[in-house]
Design a protein around this ligand. Structure first.
Ligand code: MN
Length: 240
């Protein structure tokens, strides 16, 4: 048995192959897992629990079947789907996780995050993050009609793509000091996150302590997962 971690699927009606692969994954690898953890950006955008489109509804139905079969599913907010809330949980049977979180896997405490909070070199993004994670901003946004929310989310996507294309590659990666600070505060030797779409297992040292940073991959061109069993973590890709 194993725990499986995935992130950054960016499920969207315009990318049906990702939804299909996610549904097959739920019926295969995920079904045999002890638990499935989705560490953010399951969806390309989420404008409120009352506005799921058909691709999102299909993914939620798949998670529902998994949780109904007895596999717990835990979902962390990403920077695209930070508005996932209670109704999403009742529809899917999933439980929302706080970010950051320490998960103990086969006796090893692991610090788990989406990863966007570690990208502190990207000041423009961190300002945006502070705005949209504010409870008042979220209340006002969710009070807008669905069409208005969709328009704002569409504009935000375009803005985010332009921003990522305009700034240096290193700016949108995690900041080494923020990674060290997170590991120091958590007191764990392992950090697991997604968001940057740069799957890898990095060795690093924090205050003379040997640490590991594991980065999950995205699902744009293939599936990507981390399987963690009694032998430890293994990054895998799922071809399609
Ligand atoms: Mn992200």
């Amino acid at each position: 048995m194993a725990a499986i971690f995935i992130s950054d699927l960016h499920i969207d009606a315009s990318r049906p192959a990702i939804t299909e692969q996610f549904l097959s994954f739920l019926g295969a690898d995920a079904k045999d897992a002890d638990a499935l953890y989705i560490l953010g950006d399951l969806f390309e955008s989420w404008i409120g629990d009352d506005a799921a489109d058909h691709a999102q509804a299909a993914a939620i139905g798949g998670i529902r079947s998994l949780t109904a079969a007895g596999v717990p599913c835990f979902v962390m907010h990403g920077n695209r789907d930070f508005l996932l809330a209670g109704q999403f949980c009742s529809m899917s049977g999933a439980q929302l996780l706080p970010d950051p979180l320490i998960v103990t896997l086969y006796g090893e405490p692991v610090l788990v995050m989406h990863g966007d909070a570690l990208c502190t070199d990207d000041l423009a993004y961190q300002r945006l993050r502070a705005t949209v994670r504010d409870a008042d901003w979220q209340r006002r946004f969710l009070a807008l009609p669905v069409a208005a929310r969709r328009a704002i989310a569409g504009a935000a996507r375009v803005g985010s793509q332009a921003h990522t294309a305009a700034v240096e590659y290193a700016i949108t990666d995690v900041n080494a000091g923020s990674v060290a600070l997170a590991l120091r505060s958590a007191g764990t030797a392992t950090l697991l996150h997604g968001h940057t779409h740069r799957p890898a297992i990095h060795a690093l040292e924090v205050d003379g302590r040997a640490c590991t940073r594991i980065v999950l991959g995205d699902w744009y061109d293939q599936g990507s997962l981390l399987r963690w069993d009694e032998n430890g973590p293994e990054l895998k890709s799922l071809s399609r």
